[in-house]
Design a protein around this ligand. Structure first.
Ligand SMILES: [Zn+2]
Ligand SMILES: [Zn+2]
Length: 138
């Protein structure tokens, strides 16, 4: 079912589902945010570095993956179409990324607040940064 979505997004963007694209997509499915370094390492022997970068660039342009900026670095993950809507918490000390626990009230509240300004929200991004439980102990 994820492949159908992937195929139709690619098709709409004038691209097709090639083997390297499928491999890279598989490496991101059901995974948390990954750095390009990690992704390149995991794709090794199957897809070369340049192809990984090119594919991620294409995926990003078509809205298949999104880039999460963490300080001066970034990680990538699949967009809401594949991973479900969620938010992240970043630790500015160790660089780890955590999922913010789901909270329907928070989701509704963002839409309600936007609607009060006459805005029709289609989506949002929300990022929390600070120190993780581990780092705030130290
Ligand atoms: Zn930390
Ligand atoms: Zn949300």
């Amino acid at each position: 079912m994820h492949y159908d979505t992937l195929k139709s997004i690619l098709k709409a963007g004038g691209a097709s589902l090639t083997q390297p694209r499928k491999i890279i997509f598989d490496l991101m499915l059901n995974q948390g945010p990954q750095s390009m370094q990690v992704l390149v390492r995991r794709a090794k022997d199957k897809v070369d570095r340049a192809t990984v970068y090119r594919t991620i660039e294409l995926f990003e342009r078509l809205g298949i993956v999104r880039r999460l900026n963490i300080g001066w670095k970034y990680k990538i993950e699949l967009t809401d179409a594949f991973s479900g809507h969620h938010h992240h918490m970043y630790c500015t000390n160790c660089g780890r990324v955590f999922d913010l626990p789901d909270n329907p009230m928070l989701e509704t509240m963002i839409d309600t607040v936007a609607a009060k300004s006459g805005f029709s929200p289609r989506g949002h991004q929300l990022e929390v940064y600070g120190l993780c439980a581990n780092c705030s102990k130290a």
